[in-house]
Design a protein around this ligand. Sequence first.
Ligand code: HEM
Length: 538
Amino acid sequence: IKTPSNITIPHRGESTLHQMFFILRALHKSASSEALGISAAGEEAIPQRLITPADVGEKTSIKTLKEMPGPSTLANLIEFFWRDGFSRIHEIQLEHRKKYGKIFKSHFGPQLVVSIADRDLVAQVLRAEGVAPQRGNMESWKEYRDMRGRSTGLISAEGEDWLKMRSVLRQLIMRPRDVAVFSNDVNKVVDDLIKRVHVLRTQESDGATVLNVNDLFFKYAMEGVAAILYECRLGCLENEIPQETQDYITALHLMFSSFKTTMYAGAIPKWLRPIIPKPWEEFCLSWDGLFKFSLIHVDKRLSEIKAQLEQGEEVKGGLLTHMLITKEMNMEEIYANVTEMLLAGVDTTSFTLSWASYLLARHPQIQQQIFTEVTRTLGPGTVATADDVPRLPLIRGLVKETLSRLFPVLPGNGRITQDDLVVGGYFIPKGTQLALCHYSTSLDEETFADALDFRPDRWIRKDSTDRVDNFGSIPFGYGIRSCIGRRIAELEMHLALTRLIQRFHIGVSPLTADVKAKTHGLLCPATPINLQFVDREN
Ligand code: HEM
């Protein structure tokens, strides 16, 4: 980015920052219906505006929410609080889909959630979205920001505020070609990932095993996304991690590891906070840590830019530089957005890489096919860039089969309806919290034959009409409110997996039994994945 010399750089004084947990938050909130934007009329609602079946192509007569099947409040309480349903949200989706059908309702205290577990109904809901869709209730996020005088970012913002920031950011990182320019930066991080594999495996007696690969991929994902967002390196993959980076990791872990606690931060009414202070305190503490880290890095880049301008030098840079120079967002909005993007971009990417490596290790023949494709396409030892990825359909298929089907890291998503709707023959009043059940749709045999099989080649298109992607698997969401970091995440995953497959034969360590998934905000491994990385002969 070239900067005209007359440009003034804003300083802080001038301006006022996939789990995942969007749907979990909605599911677990016990805030009042009003706060949640649920229609006051609730289940018994009579349409304010007459919606005819023809509006949505329905042929049957419209039923009310009261007629919709679903588990009772008591059954839900037992499921979630007694049988630890929080860690089995994905399995519960499948069970409820089987028991109640494509669309069913659940009560969580005063909160009504309508779950949609069908590809076509999900499509109908998302296609009917307005200009600023709402995912779920973000009151606790907003409360923290108001308390500290911070701005909302893309995840937490709504309405006009969201629309404004989204329109800035979507110009910058939504298309593959926007992020292709980061190939070299990401590849430098991949170099360090490979070096780290070498270091870690020497620490084990077989000289091949990397214990708990998610720890490695977490550091890779954080380093990769920060290289793009902050335009700097954090040292996550070094032997000695710098203290400020370590502090950030602690804050991030606090946010996710004490997931239930931080989730309850929003669920526990304010008047109960003096009696049960811990959830809210931890919630604030972890946000403090996340924001602090962003402030350090954004301010550092700002100082560098100012210094360059003072020297009369041309300012070149990436995403952050662009945001700082164009001033399309104020400083608080920049802090909030990089903070929320870093938060959204690390665990989502690292769990997907862990699951993809695990699947490769469990399926040596498929791994060999992918290796053959990579070697034939790139030639031995060539480092892939974003431009090569379209020529590596099995690498893309590997990510899709992992993320879009077997282990969708966000097993569900949410929407609050912004208009009265008829879905699946039921009238759903404006303001209803919907849960879109991606885990169950991604395993639906009607959409994916042999749905439980790991087949990256199912994603290879035979011709231009042969579209295998559809609403049965939308791991990054859909439409105007879909994941803004999708292309960044894909770049990081494609480049890392290609290089790992080129360099190593990945096998399951004898220390690893069958690894099951559990929901902990995101769909993550229930036990550590330990893998062997054996050098391939080139
Ligand atoms: C495998 C990796 C990832 C997955 C599966 C994922 C998935 C998702 C999903 C499902 C949503 C909600 C979309 C919707 O409601 O329709 C979302 C939103 C979001 N994601 Fe990601 N994500 C990933 C990586 C990233 C990365 C790397 C970043 C940032 C660099 C990021 C930033 C965001 C943000 C800011 C939002 C909120 C967008 C908005 O509300 O406008 N994500 N993501």
